[in-house]
Design a protein around this ligand. Structure first.
Ligand code: BGP
Length: 464
């Protein structure tokens, strides 16, 4: 029997600062690693994005019109601390104060990500997450956030998609290998370790400074299928599951390293070094909920000892690890225009698996379809988006009926913004941003068909 969505279910949507705000060097903001990286040909730079920085009132009014109960956005570290540490930028604090207050004006709960791929350039130059000091940098930044916004922000997300950063951080442009690095894998897992420790310490700090606030990770979690019922394929799928998903959640929730991953790291001489107090810090930090992004599933077969660069098995991660698993194209699944597999049923499976392992309430922080939307006579007929989201919402309802605790759903994205890889052509929003007539003062907003549809979904608590 299908269980209804609770009246307090948090319907909303997501954005991230560097992809939506624009104004990237305005009002004292320091550059982030995203601002200084070379803009790949055919994509868009970050100077304007959707100019949410100047349009946030209009944007939040549109979100309120859709009936949002929450808005998941991120704070730009270098807008608040232009050098990453030290001097605070008052204009940055003022901007986020206004953004938060604007949400609260409409009873929209701010759900705030602390770090979404945009390390301040000043810290990035020093090595970013490769520096042991990065733990302290993140703590200092967190203190500034909790102190300035903790009276009104009750939900925090630590690091967006730490697993994607570890598995594909160089592609995202937010993780680097220091010059002369000889053991790439060890280096990457050391950076991952600093992030895990930083996150654990920040969760503890949050509970100390704002006892009524709730905090959790925002990972990209997806079910991993075996390509067949051959036992070797099943073992390969378990390996990838551990490397892709459980490493991060086991560390955040239980404060321990996943044993399969630890064995894999040992075999490759890539175990991270623990500083004094790290093990304790990991144990002490506890999330109140699990935030996760879901776009698609992954499928694996036994490794034949070689690597494949098959890109379709998983959205952003590589084709496999020699000897452990090999990526496989799942022939049962359709793909988006951008080649991402679509798997609503796998969404239910993902939710079930997370819940049975960790028994914590969950919120979906991202889910959606990127497409070449067309604006015609002021309308965008994005029936494909409606279909995609409807099918995924149905699976959440099934998962709730399975007994899983779901707090909310924040598809990607509230409004069109810059895609991590494709620029503005790959759109996700309910609200279309017209950058065609590139009049930067205007960047006119249009309600897509999915806007009206989502409004109805929210008003009817999940029925449309
Ligand atoms: C997630 C990121 C987002 C977002 C989304 C869509 O991994 O957290 O920042 O961009 O993926 O990806 P893309 O923009 O590459 O289509």
């Amino acid at each position: 029997k299908l269980v209804k969505f609770d009246n307090d279910f948090l319907w909303g949507a997501s954005t991230s600062a560097y992809q939506v705000e624009g104004a990237n060097l305005v009002d004292g903001k320091g550059p982030s690693c995203q601002d200084v990286k070379e803009v790949p040909e055919g994509t868009s730079d970050l100077t304007v994005c959707a100019d949410h920085y100047h349009h946030f009132k209009e944007d939040i009014a549109l979100m309120a019109e859709m009936g949002f109960k929450t808005y998941r956005f991120s704070i730009s570290w270098s807008r608040v601390l232009p050098q990453g540490t030290g001097k605070i930028n008052p204009k940055g604090i003022e901007f986020y104060n206004q953004l938060i207050d604007e949400c609260l004006k409409y009873n929209i709960i701010p759900f705030v990500t602390m770090f979404h791929f945009d390390m301040p350039a000043a810290l990035d130059e020093k090595g970013g997450w490769s520096c042991p000091e990065s733990v302290e940098w993140f703590l200092e930044y967190a203190r500034v956030l909790f102190k300035n916004f903790g009276d009104r922000v009750k939900y925090w997300l630590t690091i967006n998609e730490q697993n994607m950063l570890t598995l594909a951080g160089q592609v995202i442009g937010a993780l680097h290998l220091p010059k002369g690095c000889t053991n790439e894998m060890k280096e990457i897992y050391q950076q991952n370790h600093y992030m895990l420790v930083a996150q654990a310490k920040v969760m503890s700090l949050c509970h100390d400074m704002n006892p009524d606030a709730k905090i959790g990770p925002a990972l990209n979690i997806s079910l991993v299928y075996a390509a067949s019922c051959r036992p070797e394929d099943v073992i390969a799928a378990q390996n990838f599951n551990a490397i892709r998903n459980w490493l991060y959640l086991d560390a955040s929730v239980y404060g321990v390293y996943n044993n399969l991953v630890w064995a894999y790291l040992q075999e490759n001489d890539a175990c991270p070094e623990f500083a004094d107090g790290d093990a304790e810090a990991l144990k002490n930090g506890h999330p109140d909920f699990i935030g996760f992004n879901y776009y698609n599933t992954a499928t694996c077969q036994e490794s034949d000892g070689t690597e494949t660069d098959n890109p379709v098995a998983d959205q952003q991660t590589t084709g496999g690890a020699a000897g452990l698993y090999r990526a496989y194209r799942n022939e049962y699944l359709e793909m988006t225009e951008f080649g991402w597999e679509i798997d609503p049923v796998g969404f239910r499976g993902t939710i079930r698996e997370i819940y049975s392992r960790y028994r914590l309430p969950m919120i979906v922080c991202e889910n959606g379809i990127g497409a070449y939307d067309q604006l015609v006579d002021g309308r965008v007929h994005d029936s494909y988006r409606i279909q995609y989201l409807r099918e995924h919402i149905e699976q959440i309802q099934l998962a709730i009926s399975d007994g899983c605790e779901m707090m909310g759903y924040c598809p990607w994205s509230a409004i069109d913004l810059i895609s991590t890889h494709e620029g503005m052509v790959k759109r996700y929003g309910f609200i279309y941003v017209d950058r065609e007539e590139f009049d930067l003062k205007q960047l006119k907003r249009y309600r897509k068909d999915s806007f009206y549809w989502y409004k109805k979904v929210i008003a009817t608590h999940g029925r449309d």
